[in-house]
Design a binder for this molecule. Structure first.
Ligand code: F0G
Length: 464
């Protein structure tokens, strides 16, 4: 008798409620795709089979979180759920001050308006769409200071989210520290393929910033996932808990913006949090939040949403949870690598990123290879993914030209605790089917382009 050779891990949960999926025909998908202008953001969710558009707000909550919804204190002011959330943020992230916001970009808006003056420069480890736009709307210019390896999808460097200290130092020397209000540091860098930053690098950035009197604002959106990578990849952290690593990362920052819709296992919510020495900035944020989000003890959220997020923090720091979450992404990535599909290496924390430049080498970047590939995958299988290439990068606000990012990617993003291993197998098989027919795939042209964050609503037509 043949023996099973390995001991597998399994999801650290069982399923209590299910949501039925709809399978569509190719004809139906063809129609839906045309109606959506070949933009997966414009598809109706009911026409999607496996939804890998994003891991944002698409998480499955636990029974503990659902129970928390019933304990929502919907008082306009001073909801007890706010205080529960504040306590968990203090306990796990180590920030004293909390300003809840409806989601991450609400927090980005507040901090950008408070800290950035027209003419300032905001360096960061690669841009994120909403983060950069808020910096620009406040009058700042984003400067990419991530290490070069991050722009190379084939580099297997384990911490491709790291900051190039030389690039940071050069910028500060060139423009002067006074015009750099803060360094924007993201954990598991989304646009680089879900790549982590190392603790050592963060510590060095902190030292450099301290020398120049510059703040660090963390994008803590997927920081717990970053902490997990540090635990398994960085020397000296194997014996530490995720909570300890998380706390140490935050200790090297002055504030953080947070989209709770990712790490924190909820469907909506976010916050701005600040360390004890930032009382003045906190006071300012508390003033502004009332204008844009809601009173400072709810920030655009229902009491029950804050409760679900507070409980989400407790569950998200669990190592078992993170091993399964990141392990699922790795499972799909290994499968694709096994059949020779070009993906970003190393396999990221929240998503597999197909390298559209190598997948469809016959398409020019202005024919939108990643947008095309996302559309083809949907047509083939009903699986929805997202473009992360030239469309997402947008245009240079001075010249009006497209940015031409080195990375032209399609993101297959895994919601937390939602899909099973069988869904993963189906996904890998669908990508394989598109790959087999790749040579016949034609590109797209853009026929409608919105002014801001164009990838959300842009429309395309097939090239003849
Ligand atoms: N920062 C990062 C790194 C993000 O990935 C996101 C959202 C935000 C900030 C903004 O947070 O959506 O709550 O306002 N990312 C989603 C995604 C949209 O699909 O990657 P938000």
């Amino acid at each position: 008798m043949q023996k099973l050779k390995k001991r597998s891990w399994a999801e650290p949960f069982k399923i209590k409620t299910v949501e039925l999926l709809k399978v569509t025909t190719r004809e139906e998908r063809n129609r839906a795709l045309k109606e959506a202008g070949y933009n997966t953001f414009l598809l109706k969710s009911e026409d999607v089979y496996i939804d890998l558009l994003t891991d944002s707000g698409t998480n499955a909550m636990s029974d503990y979180q659902w129970a928390g919804l019933m304990l929502g204190d919907e008082a306009y002011a001073g909801s007890k759920n706010f205080y529960n959330l504040e306590e968990k943020v203090q306990q796990f992230y180590g920030y004293k001050y909390l300003v809840p916001t409806h989601q991450g970009r609400g927090a980005e808006h507040l901090i950008s308006q408070i800290l950035i003056k027209p003419g300032d420069f905001v360096p960061g480890n690669m841009y994120f769409t909403t983060t950069r736009l808020h910096q620009e709307l406040a009058g700042g210019t984003f400067v990419d200071i991530i290490i070069d390896e991050a722009h190379d999808p084939t580099s297997t460097y384990p911490f491709k989210g790291n900051i190039d200290l030389q690039k940071l130092d050069d910028l500060v020397k060139r423009v002067g520290a006074k015009r750099v209000p803060y360094v924007s540091v993201a954990g598991t860098v989304n646009m680089a393929g879900g790549q982590p930053i190392s603790m050592e690098n963060l510590r060095q950035v902190r030292q450099l910033c301290k020398n120049h009197g510059i703040r660090i604002v963390l994008d803590a959106t997927r920081l717990m996932e970053n902490a997990y990578f540090i635990k398994i990849r960085e020397k000296g952290y194997q014996q530490k808990t995720i909570a300890e690593i998380l706390g140490e990362m935050c200790s090297y920052s002055d504030a953080c913006t947070m989209s709770g819709k990712k790490d924190l296992l909820v469907n909506i919510g976010g916050f701005l949090a600040l360390r004890e020495h930032e009382q003045e900035i906190f006071e300012e944020a508390r003033n502004l939040v009332v204008v844009y989000e809601g009173l400072h003890t709810y920030g655009g959220l229902a009491g029950r949403d804050m409760e679900a997020m507070a409980r989400g923090i407790e569950e998200a720091v669990s190592e078992d949870h993170l091993r399964a979450r990141i392990g699922q992404v790795e499972y799909v990535g290994e499968k694709l690598l096994g059949i020779g599909i070009p993906i970003v290496l190393p396999i990221g924390g929240h998503a597999i990123f197909l390298d559209a430049k190598r997948f469809l080498p016959h398409l020019k970047q202005v024919e939108f290879p990643a947008q095309t590939l996302a559309a083809e995958l949907y047509l083939e299988s009903g699986i929805r993914s997202m473009e992360r290439g030239i469309v997402s990068a947008g245009r240079n606000k001075e010249t009006g030209d497209h940015y031409h990012p080195k990375l032209e990617l399609v993101r297959l993003t895994f919601p937390r605790r939602v899909y099973t291993q069988a869904h993963c197998d189906v996904t890998a098989e669908a990508v394989e089917a598109v790959y087999e027919n790749r040579e016949s795939v034609k590109g797209l042209r853009m026929v409608y382009e919105p002014k801001y964050l164009r990838f959300f609503q842009a429309r395309f037509e097939k090239l003849p």
